[in-house]
Design a protein around this ligand. Structure first.
Ligand code: G4P
Length: 507
């Protein structure tokens, strides 16, 4: 039987964050290829037909040519087991991306060398920072006309307030890009040998001297704390610099971290199994209409056939057929260790934020709901289906498709989303899976905030005085809805004993 401590130490669980078009898909393909999962490489490409038929589980994805779901890709390289958690590319599904980021130990930030830091990279970076996730930077498309590397490093440092240290340096630029020089190992990785007299080699020597004197050395502690990012240069499409990146992740990429819980922090190396559900995916296979909970193993060893406790309800969940995911392929998992992600088939018992243990009463924290940016009232076309709609909305909200707010005055439920495509997904799924036709109507409310207070009397008073703006979320927690920013600020001023939050840990 493999030793759990050794197994955990070789896990590298990460995600890629980037602005669309920076090269995330291309890099993913080449990472998988480097890890020997060549047959999968063709499956990753979102724009390719093969990928479309294979991984666009929802019709809506097919129609729009976008990928909504998050999947997990596992491969081995340099003695490590890499779990790459894929995130939806479209920003309307960013809530899903944010939650996935709670299940990784590090993130690779891909930057287009001609464009530098773009809006979405920045936003995703902020989420990583909030969670102290160490970031590794890959500056892509060095085979094209690009900005000066020093200028790019400066931009990362100044816009993200993050120290940078290049681990590799590009040899040549644009059409002349010939490989990388490893500053730490002092080794050249070239696509083909260059003569000693090649001006690119002299240029690298000069630039590296300059960089060494100007920038800090790589410091593991600083990297682990999220203060410093090691930087790699490359071209995903030409497969240059990709193995540098994997070597780096293998060498110092963070091992599975400790997971904070409500009662204590659980170390990854603890013997008892714990896991955290960060995503639910329904109908991945239209023929089976199943529902898969994606759980990150936070500590210990998971074995097939185990019975786990769902802490929220106290129910026992049998693990008959935990699954590993290899892009579209599934395989039954016999064993998994801290850092791994397994899919647990279920019929709606498990929900986002659920903690699974061997019996301990602990609830992990840190899987968030974000205050929606768009609120809509659900209009039901057939009043006979009101009960069905209520149940369907709860199920889909528990899956994280949308957020659900039930106004305390008994009026029709509101749904909240970050991007409008989520509304399309909701409508399509209500129709296809529940046979309920709905439409959306404008909501009088523009903003939602969770309200908290240690002063229970003040909380109760606020709720009773603001009944027409109060709603319950899917957990039954109170949410204050305001028609405008102004009204929200006013409510905050009038109720100083309360805190109004735009982020809530799922519990
Ligand atoms: P994304 O997932 O981050 O959105 O980016 P994706 O990998 O799809 O790459 C976006 C475009 O950039 C693609 O071209 C891709 O071929 C190109 N690309 C990715 N990496 C590199 C690189 O290292 N160098 C160069 N020169 N190009 C790169 P496209 O024309 O938009 O798509 P396609 O027709 O090639 O699929």
């Amino acid at each position: 039987m493999p030793d759990a401590t050794t197994e955990i130490a070789r896990r590298r669980t990460f995600a890629i964050i980037s602005h669309p078009d920076a090269g995330k898909t291309t890099l993913t393909e080449h990472l998988l290829r480097a890890g020997g999962a060549i047959q999968l490489a063709g499956n990753v490409r979102a724009k390719g037909d093969r990928r479309r038929t294979q991984s666009d589980w929802l019709k809506i994805e097919r129609d729009r040519g976008i990928s909504v779901v998050t999947s997990v890709m596992t491969f081995e390289y340099a003695g490590c087991v890499f779990n790459l958690l894929d995130t939806p590319g479209h920003e309307d599904f960013s809530e899903d991306t944010y939650r996935t980021l709670t299940a990784v130990d590090s993130a690779v930030m891909v930057i287009d060398a001609a464009k530098g830091i773009e809006a979405r990279t920045r936003k995703l970076f902020e989420i990583c920072r909030l969670r102290d996730i160490p970031i590794i930077t890959f500056i892509n498309k060095m085979d094209r006309e690009s900005r000066d590397p020093i200028e790019l490093l400066d931009e990362i440092a100044s816009t993200l307030a993050l120290d940078t240290t290049p681990v590799t340096w590009p040899v040549g630029r644009a059409a002349e890009f010939a490989g990388t020089y490893d500053l730490r190992k002092r080794a050249m990785h070239l696509t083909s040998e260059l003569p000693q007299s090649d001006p690119r080699l002299q240029a690298v020597a000069d630039e590296v001297d300059l960089v060494r004197s100007a920038l800090p050395e790589f410091d593991l502690e600083s990297f682990n704390a999220g203060h410093l990012t090691p930087v790699y240069f490359g071209s995903a499409i030409k497969d240059i610099g990709v193995s540098d990146l994997l070597d780096g992740l293998a060498e110092y990429g963070p091992v599975p971290r400790a997971q904070p819980g409500d009662k204590r922090t659980v170390e990854a190396t603890e013997a008892g199994l714990t896991a955290l559900v960060f995503k639910i995916q329904a109908n991945m296979d239209p023929n089976h209409r199943d529902r898969i909970a994606f759980a990150r193993v936070c500590s210990g060893r998971l074995t097939r056939g185990m019975r786990l406790k769902q802490v929220r309800t106290g129910k026992q969940i049998p693990l008959h057929a935990p699954q590993f995911f290899f892009a579209r392929e599934r395989e039954i998992a016999d064993e998994a260790f801290a850092g791994d992600v397994v899919g647990i088939p279920n019929h709606g018992t498990l929900r986002i934020g659920d903690t699974l243990t061997e019996g301990e009463d602990i609830q992990f924290t840190g899987v968030p709901y974000f205050a929606p940016e768009i609120l809509r009232r659900v209009r039901l076309d057939d009043a006979m289906k009101a009960k069905k709609l209520r149940q369907a909305l709860v199920e889909l909200a528990e899956e994280g498709v949308v957020q659900l707010f039930r106004p305390q005055d008994g009026s029709a439920p509101l749904v909240g989303v970050v991007g409008t495509l989520q509304l399309d997904v909701l409508q399509a799924r209500l129709g296809a899976e529940y046979g309920v036709a709905i439409g959306f109507e404008a909501s009088p409310f523009a903003l939602a905030r969770w309200i908290f207070s240690v002063d229970k009397a003040a909380l109760a008073k606020f709720i009773s005085e603001n009944r027409s703006g109060m709603a319950d979320d899917v957990d039954g927690d109170p949410v204050f809805l305001a028609t405008s920013n102004f009204m929200m600020r006013r409510a905050e001023e009038l109720a100083p004993a309360l805190t109004f939050r735009d982020i809530k840990d799922i519990r």
